[in-house]
Write a protein that binds this ligand. Structure first.
Ligand code: SF4
Length: 167
């Protein structure tokens, strides 16, 4: 079973670098994607204990669902976005897609607790199986999975559940 719990101690601050945010209620300033937040100190946030006081409540609300440490530990061990160039681009792209995969897995685990009929259970199993990555997966595997239309198929499946579960 894939671990869907974030473990920042095994990550490399990917969310504090890869993602963009805009100044507003949730974030204290604008930050473009792919640049380190100015509060980042090494691999950890320098203001984590006081995020809300420093106008960064959005950081506490964000959850990578375990995608960050998985990308760092399984795909890019020994490499870092700090190396720059293609490797940082690849790490951020892997993180983006892995976050989606983990989000879909979380939805599916929630759906498994619903009173599904046998047809919907079988569909769920098929989708869940498509989201399992092979042992030797890499960025191309993730890109191919996203391009396979899995996101659309998950959406269609969940829309169809409204009818089945509502009956
Ligand atoms: S404020 Fe802290 S948690 Fe938020 S992006 Fe910056 S370093 Fe990361």
């Amino acid at each position: 079973m894939v671990d869907l719990t974030a473990d920042c101690s095994r990550c490399d601050a990917l969310c504090c670098v890869a993602m963009a945010f805009d100044e507003g209620e949730m974030f204290g300033f604008d930050k473009p994607a792919g640049t380190p937040c100015r509060h980042l100190k090494g691999k950890r946030c320098g203001i984590y204990e006081t995020l809300e006081d420093e106008s960064f409540a959005g950081c506490r609300q964000y959850d990578c669902l375990g995608a960050g440490q998985r990308v760092v530990q399984e795909m890019f061990q020994g490499q870092s976005w700090r190396d720059g160039g293609d490797i940082s681009t690849d790490i951020f792209e892997a993180f983006r897609i892995m976050r989606l995969i983990h989000q879909w897995l979380e939805l599916m685990e929630a759906a498994a607790d619903l009173p599904l009929n046998s047809a919907k259970e079988a569909e769920l199993e098929t989708l869940y199986a498509r989201l399992q990555l092979p042992d030797d997966y890499d960025l191309d595997t993730l890109i191919a999975l996203e391009r396979s239309g899995i996101g659309r198929d998950v959406q269609v499946y969940f829309r169809s559940l409204a009818e089945v579960v509502g009956r």
